[in-house]
Design a protein around this ligand. Sequence first.
Ligand SMILES: NC(=O)C1=CN([C@@H]2O[C@H](COP(=O)(O)OP(=O)(O)OC[C@H]3O[C@@H](n4cnc5c(N)ncnc54)[C@H](O)[C@@H]3O)[C@@H](O)[C@H]2O)[C@@H](O)CC1
Ligand SMILES: Nc1ncnc2c1ncn2[C@@H]1O[C@H](COP(=O)(O)OP(=O)(O)O)[C@@H](O)[C@H]1O
Ligand SMILES: [K+]
Length: 494
Amino acid sequence: MRLLSNQEKVDMDKYTIEDLKVPSIILMENAAQSVFNVIKKEIKKNDKILVLTGKGNNGGDGFALARILKIKSYNVELYKIYEPKTKDARKNSKLCKIYSVESVDSKNLNIEEYDVFIDAVFGTGFKGILEDRIQNVFNKINNSSGLEISIDIPSGISGDNNEISPNCFNADKTITFEYPVLAHCLYPGKKFVGKLFVEPIGLKYNKELKKEVLEEKDLYLKPLKYDVHKYSRGQVSVIDGIRKYSGATYLTLKAALKAGAGYVRLITDGENRFKNILFEIVIKNISSYEKIKLNSKIAKGILVAGPGMGRKSDKLTLLNKIFSDYKNLNLVLDADALYYFNDYYKKNIHNVIITPHLGEFSRMIDKNIEEIRENPIKIGSEFAAENNLTLILKSETTMIFSEDGRVAVNNFGNPYMATAGSGDVLTGIIAGLWANQSFKNFEIAKKAVGLHSLIGDYLYKNKIFNFTSSDIIDNISNVLKRFIDADGRFSNDC
Ligand SMILES: NC(=O)C1=CN([C@@H]2O[C@H](COP(=O)(O)OP(=O)(O)OC[C@H]3O[C@@H](n4cnc5c(N)ncnc54)[C@H](O)[C@@H]3O)[C@@H](O)[C@H]2O)[C@@H](O)CC1
Ligand SMILES: Nc1ncnc2c1ncn2[C@@H]1O[C@H](COP(=O)(O)OP(=O)(O)O)[C@@H](O)[C@H]1O
Ligand SMILES: [K+]
């Protein structure tokens, strides 16, 4: 699903109304009707509903909704925080009078009386800080036991820069129109949105939209070809790590197999530390990392460096050699490989996916984490374009950036995924899918991030709360099966 900046959303309204001449009052009616369709499943006929309205068109949506509720015999009242100022809002306010929707004023307002609060105070036009009197009302509503629903966006979030006013309306559910904006999907705005519903109302756009939110339909995978063999199924080679971080290497190797690679190798200058625990991997012994030679099988597959790698100087030499002696490798670089990134990386040599978390990325670009959080889309996009690679920027809301300006935001996953080794598993899943599936880097990155998070969600929904990274690996197949269209046949078109 597309994801818009606040300005893109405003431009979309404008284009639909001014260029395509769709009457704005129809869009407002569609918006109110779609809010009604969502909330009728959440509210009871005898619930007492308060619709809080503002001065702009978000308030207009609120008036139109109050009228629809009243016509359908719901117990609804209006609380006008401001008098309506726009033409459509005033028209809908008048219609509320015709249909005898009652209004309560601030003197007679008793928050405790209401079961449901509908916030139609501010939408995409809000900037800055809520007036004190509004903060007081929102504070009482936020602390009440009522159901809180926002139309378009919770009032108090500035859609432009995702800044939050004190006492922002804290919605349980938010209904937005056509596409979400960044503040719905990124923290801190996301915290106030609750469950997000995205409803079509007929808005159109004539420009290219490059941002998206990951959906399950983006994650489908191709079934195997009937005549596949273990090498053609996909090969992954992982550069070994140091003994202290053996677990990281192990998790990546195993996740790559479980995500679909047919052949997984460990490239090492030492002994096979996994011989009694991971029988499926193949060892490629080398005399030293400084003299590494990659045969054609390794070079055709996916090469992974980073998990458990450590920061000894031989590893930097190895990375330098990979970038000077070879071309067109498919590389996944994570963890300690990113520690050296600025010392070895040259663009346009290989096909690269990197997976830093915010801390690693902060070090790589010499900006602090707060600075990155203030403007992640711009900073991430510029970095991916400048370095001609796919960037997976990991956090509670992982973002994926392509070299050509596309951005995908991952809203799957949950905080229980913050567990040691979770990132190493993601690296293995990326490598396994990339080896096995014929999609380009950006698509692979999206599928891997989505799958990894949905495994976390699957465990969480099954009440396995303190799951480990091994649990994530053990459930790859359970979630993967949702995305492989294997109707008893094998694919001919991989
Ligand atoms: N025009 C359209 O195409 C549609 C618009 N719709 C609704 O219209 C909304 C946008 O309407 P508007 O552009 O009128 O914006 P708002 O309804 O968000 O109102 C903005 C008004 O509040 C003022 N304001 C901003 N920050 C303030 C602050 N801190 N304190 C006090 N006042 C402040 C602004 O100056 C402006 O007058 C959308 O969010 C959506 O709910 C929907 O009806 C769907 C169709
Ligand atoms: N609060 C959170 N909500 C959702 N996902 C999270 C959260 N914290 C971490 N994750 C995910 O868990 C993984 C952690 O990766 P990383 O920090 O590299 O861990 P490690 O180095 O231990 O492997 C990332 O995919 C990240 O997006
Ligand atoms: K609102």
